[in-house]
Structure formats: C-alpha cells, structure tokens
Design a protein around this ligand. Sequence first.
Ligand SMILES: Cc1ncc(COP(=O)(O)O)c(C=O)c1O
Length: 442
Amino acid sequence: MTNTHTDLRLQPNYPVWHPFTPLMGASTELEVVKAEREFLHLAGGRVLIDAVSSWWVNLHGHGHPAIAEAISKQASTLEHVIFAGFTHQPAVTLAQRILDILPGAHSKVFYSDNGSTAVEVALKMALQYWHNLGTPRTSIIALSGAYHGDTFGAMSVADRNPFNAPFAPLLFEVQQLDLTPTDDIWAPLDGSDQHTIQQMEKILAQSKPAAFIYEPLVQGSAGMRFYKAALLTRLLELAQQHQVITIADEIMTGFGRTGPLFASEHLTKNTPELSPDIICLSKGLTGGFLPLGVTTCKDHIQQAYRQEDIMATFFHGHSFTANPISCAAALASLDLLQADHCSAQRQQLSASLASFTQSLQAHPAIAHVRHLGCVLALEWKSSDKTGYFNEARHRLYQWCIDRNVLLRPLGNVLYIIPPYCISEDSLQRVYAVIKELLAELQ
Ligand SMILES: Cc1ncc(COP(=O)(O)O)c(C=O)c1O
C-alpha cells in the first residue's frame, strides 16, 4: 500500500500538547485513523495490537457496534441537559444497574467526568460527611505507591513522587502507610505487613481520620503492584472499628479487570461486611468510549446530607454531569459485560495470561512476574530503581511498537491489560514479541 499520508506532527507549529509527554525532543506520536476490536489502524496502513486497552479503558474492543449504536441513538434523542433540577432515564437506569452489581449495599450514585473527578467527589463527600455531622474530621489515610488521578485532591492522596513534586507545597497532608508489594495477593502476612498494620493502629490511636482511600489489591500506576488480601482485610477492619470511611478507588480494577466485577469482591465474597463505604469508578465504565466518572456511597453517608440546613448540601457538580450519551454508552457496555459471552472471554484471557506467566517464571531477565484475572505484569531486572523513570521503558516501549504491539511500560514494568475480546492469535503475537525481547536482552 502506498503511503500518501502527510505526518500530522510535521505540520509547522504542531498545536497539540500531549499528556505525560515532554515538549522538548522529537515527538513520536503515531496517528490513529481507525480502530476495531483490539486493533489500532495507523495512518499509512500499519495495524497495532492495543494490549493496554488505551490506558485501561477499553473492555469489549474498539468500535464495538452495540456501544456505537447506543451512542448514536442517544445523541439523536437527548444529547445533554443540565443535571441540577432535571433528570433523565439513562442516568437513573445506569445508577440502578451500578448499585445492583456493587459489592455491599450502596444507595446513591454521584456522577462526574473521569477518574480524577470521581476521586475528588469521594474525598469531598467523606470530609463533608463529618462536617455535616458536626464532628469534623479532616485527615486522610492513604497508601504508599498510590495513584488516584491528577487533580489536587487526587494528587494529595497519592504517593509523593516526581509527578506531583512541583505542587508539593500545595498538597494537603495525608497519613501514608508503607505498603510492601507481593506477587501473590493470597500470600500470608509477614513482618513488613505487620509494620503497615502497626502504622495504621498508631494513626488510629492518635487521631480520628476522616477516610482511608486505597486501590484494592492492585496499584495500577505504581506498576501493576499487588498487595496482600489479608493486609487489606486487616486495614479495613481497623478502619471500620474507628468509623473511618473506607474509599475504594476501583477506577482501574473495576468491571472485571482482576477477575470478579470489582477487586473488592476478592475480600467481600468471604467477608461481606468489608465492603467499602464509597466506591469510585470510571475508565471501563463506558466500555472505553466516552468519559464518565461515578462515586457511589452507602446509605449512612448520604443520610448525613439529608438536613433542613441548606449548608448541608453537597455543593459539587460539573457541566457534563450524567451526560446522557455517556450513560447510554455505559448501559450498552454493562449489557455486554454481564453477558455469558464476556465471562467466557475473561476466563479464556485469564487462563492464557496464567499460562504465559507460568512460562516466564524463573526467567533470568525477569525479577517478578504476576497475574490476576485479566492483568499480567512483569518486572525487568534492572540496576536502576524499579519505577516509572527507569530508563528501560523507552527501549521496551519502542521494541514492542516496532513490532506492532502497543505495550506502555511503567518504567521497567511491562504489563498486559488488553480488551476482553482480544483473540488468542493476538495474545500469542504479544507474548512472542515479549519473548523475542527477553532473548535479545540475554
Ligand atoms: C486507580 C486510578 N484512580 C484514578 C485515576 C485517574 O483517572 P483519570 O485519568 O480518568 O482522571 C486512574 C488513572 O489511571 C487510576 O488508575
């Protein structure tokens, strides 16, 4: 095929500023002209396998006709309306569908625009809960390695790292617990976990924190880092004993990524009382088609807002709150997610990732390999520190892109989190590219 395409980036004064991308140096953005299933079609004819679900948002494949059709239908019926003083069926139906599948009895759904705003809403909802009760609590407990988004509240409860360093003086203080990663979420507690538990006990003995926020069992941006279910169980028990509001950030883990629909279910299937008080969702919510965030809460949280006093109102909202088109996309995506076909796809994907994990165990170039549900991560041995700025990421990324596979390593951690519809052939291609890279590095 002849390449008649003009490279967009060669325009004089390329006008776009890309996220997480240095402005200095050669830009390497590839232009995508079309996408279907797990494939990204580039200008000029190349086709890449999207093995990271486009920043973990895509569930059922790009351009899924059922979602595209729901969007088109909704756009020509009601595209948007102010959500204060007005309501609409897609928002109400979606809220009920979400409440029906969440772990624990949640009673309200608050809409926003993306993952970061869902977290901001959660933090503000928890803090104002205490304010409304007349017993203010203002501190938040968070985990080391955490990432909750790029707005100020979300940055404040994240790990303090080079990403948020320029804003450090403006971020509010949090009480951070040290977290030790594991490759097996079911491993028994050890000394380092006891240390985390003791930190939590000390904080609770000395203060009355408002909330505890956590990514359940898998910290995505930290490098698909796992931590132990037994540790999270103990931390949640302690939080509950001290009436600390528990906030699960399921933005990455939600909608089946770790096996069950929500990662919290790994715990709640045996101990339902450990369901979080507040849950944040986004990313896969619309199947990866449109931005939408939701923050849900249990009944006692919203009860603190049911007061005659107008000042007990939750004064928070976004112009596009509960956008009907986004809600329609989410409803279509949930239909797909809850169909037997999707459960079968997720099981097949998980089994395939499990056998690839097995084949990598004890590889001399790999320090760690871990797998949970539809997520696999492998950590390259490196003389540099493990983390986003580990220089290996450039080489690993480019190697895969050159072979038509999109994997976007977090430093020396390469991970696979594909759309559930990915074919076994495509997976084998992804594995082959990784294996070639391992051979090359030996
Ligand atoms: C766990 C978690 N929380 C929050 C966010 C922020 O979501 P968004 O990028 O939609 O603002 C992310 C994004 O990667 C995430 O992984």
